[in-house]
Write a protein that binds this ligand. Structure first.
Ligand SMILES: Nc1ncnc2c1ncn2[C@@H]1O[C@H](COP(=O)(O)OP(=O)(O)O)[C@@H](O)[C@H]1O
Ligand SMILES: CSC[C@H]1O[C@H](OP(=O)(O)O)[C@H](O)[C@@H]1O
Length: 399
């Protein structure tokens, strides 16, 4: 029989005392539930001085932001913990450390990153972390290269693909990214004023063929162990530091999906900035976002190619020039997936604070329209955008 029970704050404290790996566990006295994501419970566990020392995260048997009417597998906690442990092996500087995991309770105990801040909030307020985009590029290069066919023995790779089969979480992505925005669906969520813009998505056959192709790649291209949801709300930053969290959508998929999600969230911030900052500050922050995007991709591509030169084990894949050919396909995928992230975060179930918290309604609608227009364009012209510099030029064209 399953031992699962939903934790109270006191349960979380007791659990952290037992499994937190702290030198002085008896100093832990209370917990606060701080989860602001769509899915899970997250407890900060405090000591007697009121310092948060460790985190206890538990999956609920349903989607938190919707309620018990949408049941969801508890196995996502295993997939999250395993993905983060695997990514930590390849990028310890940029991955949260998991101390303990229990599949029955769907609970993990992890490093407390209270010294950091969630990147999304920082991007919205105009705070700039000049190293963050390069560090994100490093994280993606190391985790994706070392879990790919470039690095793993073919038997090991296939065993990994099996270990990370994640059908229920993938189905959420398959529906929210590639289906819902292009049909009438009760999960969609957008202001009535945007009805014409959204109807245009449903009636655009060329767009829908391009989205089908992206969904097909998401279904079938087991290129590397993805984070699966690497948006700016799943990234902690501090001066000189960046750490990824929240990998429950991890599975073996197309590398361009992680890159596209990351770039897509920087572009969502780009679209929303005029709703948060004055004209001059917004313009400057937008330039920083465009620089971030170029640095992210260029760092990722350079690092991935360097790793490929030094460490590719497969005889055929190590052919000079192959890694750079492969990265061209990754880039095209990334632009397309980036476009789907822009659209699903504007029209679908789950939005982003970068746009949703804009107080002025007319401005909010304008920013949503901008994200939809840019997303549509990127999906359709992905194979005509050859570099990060060309992407930036296109973003300027659609601003
Ligand atoms: N390791 C951590 N250290 C400090 N705070 C954390 C940590 N992990 C999560 N949090 C807090 O909990 C929030 C929700 O966590 P997240 O993993 O995104 O949940 P969900 O899976 O529900 O999306 C984060 O936005 C952050 O404020
Ligand atoms: C029904 S889940 C919606 C949405 O929530 C996830 O984000 P997070 O766990 O970071 O809140 C993911 O992006 C899903 O697409």
């Amino acid at each position: 029989m399953s031992q699962y029970r939903t934790f109270t704050a006191q349960d979380a404290v007791e659990y952290a005392k037992q499994f937190g790996g702290l030198d002085n566990p008896s100093s832990l006295v209370e917990a606060q539930e701080v989860g602001d994501g769509n899915l899970n419970l997250v407890f900060k566990i405090f000591d007697a001085e009121g310092v948060s020392r460790i985190i206890v995260k538990q999956a609920l048997p349903y989607v938190r932001c919707v309620g018990e009417s949408w049941p969801l597998t508890l196995d996502r906690a295993r997939l999250e913990a395993q993905t983060l442990v695997e990514h930590y092996q390849h990028s310890p500087q940029h991955t949260v450390k998991i101390h303990h995991f229990d599949p029955e309770l769907a609970v993990m105990v992890m490093e407390d990153l209270s010294s950091h801040k969630i990147w999304r909030g920082e991007l919205i307020s105009g705070a700039y972390y000049p190293q963050a985009s390069r560090q994100l590029g490093e994280y993606l290069a190391h985790t994706l290269f070392h879990t790919s066919d470039f690095y793993l023995h073919p038997h090991a790779k296939k065993a990994q693909v099996a270990k990370y089969i994640n059908p229920e979480m993938c189905e959420i992505t398959e529906d929210l990214f590639f289906n819902d925005p292009y049909q009438i669906h009760e999960r969609n969520n957008y202001p009535a004023e945007l009805e014409a813009d959204v109807a245009a998505l449903r009636n655009d056959d060329r767009l829908k063929v391009a989205v089908a192709s992206l969904k097909h790649r998401f279904f079938s291209q087991a290129e590397a162990l993805l984070h699966g949801d690497i948006h700016s709300g799943s990234i902690f930053v501090a001066d000189g530091s960046l750490k990824a969290i929240d990998a429950e959508f991890g599975y073996y998929g197309p590398i361009g999906f992680d890159i596209g999600t990351a770039i897509g969230n920087l572009l969502l911030n780009f679209c929303g900035l005029p709703g948060h900052l004055g004209i001059r500050d917004a313009a400057a922050a937008r330039e920083q976002r465009l620089t971030d995007i170029q640095e992210l991709w260029n760092t990722f591509a350079e690092r991935f190619q360097a790793l490929a030169r030094e460490k590719t084990r497969d005889a055929a894949l190590s052919a000079p020039g192959y890694a750079s050919e492969f990265l061209k396909k990754v880039w095209t995928d990334a632009i397309g997936f980036c476009g789907t992230e822009l659209i699903r975060r504007s029209v679908g179930l789950s939005h982003v604070a970068d746009i949703d918290t804009i107080a002025d309604e007319a401005m909010r609608h304008e920013c949503l329209r901008h994200a939809i227009t840019l997303g549509k364009a990127l999906i359709v012209i992905a194979d005509r955008i050859d570099s990060a510099e060309e992407l930036v030029a296109r973003v300027r064209q659609y601003s």
